[in-house]
Design a protein around this ligand. Sequence first.
Ligand code: DUC
Ligand code: ZN
Ligand code: ZN
Length: 487
Amino acid sequence: MTEFDLTIRNGTVVNADGRMRADIGVRDGLIHTLAPSLPAGRQDIDASGHWVLPGGIDSHCHVEQISSNGVMTADDFDSATVAAAFGGNTTIIPFAAQHRGMALPKVVSDYHACAGPKAVIDYSFHLIVSDPTPQALQHDLPDLIRKGYTSFKVYTTYDKLKLDDGQMLDVLHTAGREGALVMVHAENNDIIKWIAQRLLDNGHVAPKFHAVSHDPLAESEATHRVIALSRLLDVPVLIVHVSGIEAVRHIRHAQTLGARIFAETCPQYLFLTADDIDRPGLEGAMFCCSPPPRDAASQEAVWAGLLDGTFQVFSSDHAPYRYDESGKLPKGEKTTFKDMANGVPGIELRMPLLYSEGVHTGRMTLEKFVALTSTDHAQMYGLAHRKGRIAVGLDADIAIWDPLRQTQVSTHMLHDRVGYTPYEGKSLTGWPTTVINRGRVVIAHNELQVARGSGEFIARGKPGPLVNAPASTGSAGFLKSLLPKLS
Ligand code: DUC
Ligand code: ZN
Ligand code: ZN
């Protein structure tokens, strides 16, 4: 038998549906053989005492993206993919973000020009759709979906991004017809603006008022509304970065009705609360994201949702802005909570945080961890034909975890360009020590082993079985029969 390019031996292989003692033989970037015992390949890794997991897929991160207020993220495709790889990821799905007036094909080609020469691991793109013109809905989106951009994010908030309900229905209708998945940022824009203006008028400008203005009811109302729009047209929707108890309840209720409502949450809603924003001066800005971290009861609701299947995916929503005039503090000391760039970093710590606080503590099985950080991202977003499992014929995307490695989080050990972490000082147990993407050893011995630009763009298929299962709830019969015939 020809020698393997790479073998990983003596480890325990864990997929979302179970674990086994197996050696892995890799050839031409693919998992070629899984067997109880294999001879050493040209390159051989001893995984004794380690978990051998599918490489992480971070399906929500903002990289080299200009916000609607014109602020560029601190990370580009070099630093973001390096940080992602050190944190156990082998694929990221950031956004190609349309701002109003921009043509979607040009947006996509611009992001490719940024990512191609820099990414060290594989990547794909969701679209952000802020301008659903007839050209976008009838031509550009269908064309891009066919080319492998099979999901897009839309917003109910931010003045320059938000869609009204009619536009949302237009987008859902197109997605339903073309078989794409719509991700929604669900917060009520007017509630947030109304509270924020009154706070500012009364001199309440500190970062902690960011969380006050993003009241949980703003999230609850928009989540409920988006679920209704999705059910009306029977088109699947994934609600991103869910933070509050009421939103979790709306999603769970819709799922029990049989609606195709899916959901994502992020580390900031498990490990931070609004109290973290209440710091001296402007320091709280480092903890401000939208929706904001909430309270202990919300954290518990989010944990429960992760464990009971309400959430399919756990992503970072890495939105990297520095604590200076380039990001969080555009007006220096005079910056109010309304001026700051929204977002927290987390691309490198997403999985170590969940491993330590979920798996190591016994709260979550390792199989569930794999589903939430890799397998179900592949399922939801049309990558399952290549990624998300350790199985013969799939890409050799593998993270070897030392379950006992102790780490004290410090910004200095991280590889992003943000300059702080909201998790500074936290003690973690478990870390991915070797990371392999398409058979290439990307991280080993605490060092990056591959060249910039060696990551590949992955065109995605249609969202998988989870999304396509027929819904047992939705619009009234006549509308349902009419919809497929409407343009
Ligand atoms: N909120 C978003 O909607 N996007 C980026 C980061 C954030 O906090
Ligand atoms: Zn968002
Ligand atoms: Zn985001």
